[in-house]
Design a protein. Structure first.
Length: 185
């Protein structure tokens, strides 16, 4: 079954009560939409956004079964296997062995953790915004393992490698995507 964005929002809200997880879902969704347009997948933008929105569907209620329980939840609703696979693939190497294959899955894998790190770095700025955030500031925070310690540097690096990009390129593109999202709010 195809899912509209509005139906995806309702599903997200059913399993995520906290503002933190919801806000991060909205940011990753917007970032995925930006990448879809920028990388020539504009006709799939809605799907990319939906994948970004639902990738952590199970995390708040089932953190020990992250990327596993979400597959069950979605299958029970008869959702598209492409959506189920894509959302689960971002847990590759930590909770599932579903390797990101499609460009969209690789972008999700690379940017999910990075959006958290960039968001945390932006909050440290006087502007509290990504608008004036530069790659060099993010790289400095990236090197500080205690800063945003929950954001896996290894996953970010692995994601950049999957895409064939260096870390600076991934950071620059993700900052641009988050700026576009910030303007849309």
């Amino acid at each position: 079954m195809e899912l509209t964005y509005e139906e995806g929002l309702a599903l997200l809200r059913a399993y995520n009560q906290g503002d933190f997880h919801r806000k991060h879902a909205y940011i990753v969704s917007d970032v995925m939409g930006w990448f879809a347009r920028e990388m020539g997948y504009g006709e799939e933008e809605d799907f990319w956004r939906l994948v970004g929105l639902l990738r952590d569907l199970d995390f708040e209620e089932y953190p020990e079964e992250h990327c596993i329980k979400s597959q069950e939840i979605m299958r029970d609703r008869g959702l598209d296997e492409r959506l189920i696979r894509a959302t689960a693939s971002h847990g590759y190497g930590s909770t599932v062995d579903i390797a990101p294959e499609h460009t969209m899955e690789k972008v999700l894998f690379a940017t999910d953790e990075l959006t958290g790190l960039i968001g945390a770095a932006a909050l440290m700025r006087p502007s509290r915004s990504v608008e004036d955030l530069e790659v060099k500031s993010v790289k400095k925070k990236f090197k500080d393992k205690k800063f945003a310690a929950g954001c896996s540097r290894d996953i970010i690096l692995q994601g950049a490698e999957m895409l064939g990009w260096d870390l600076d390129t991934l950071m620059e593109k993700t900052i641009q995507a988050m700026r576009a999202s910030e303007h849309a709010d």
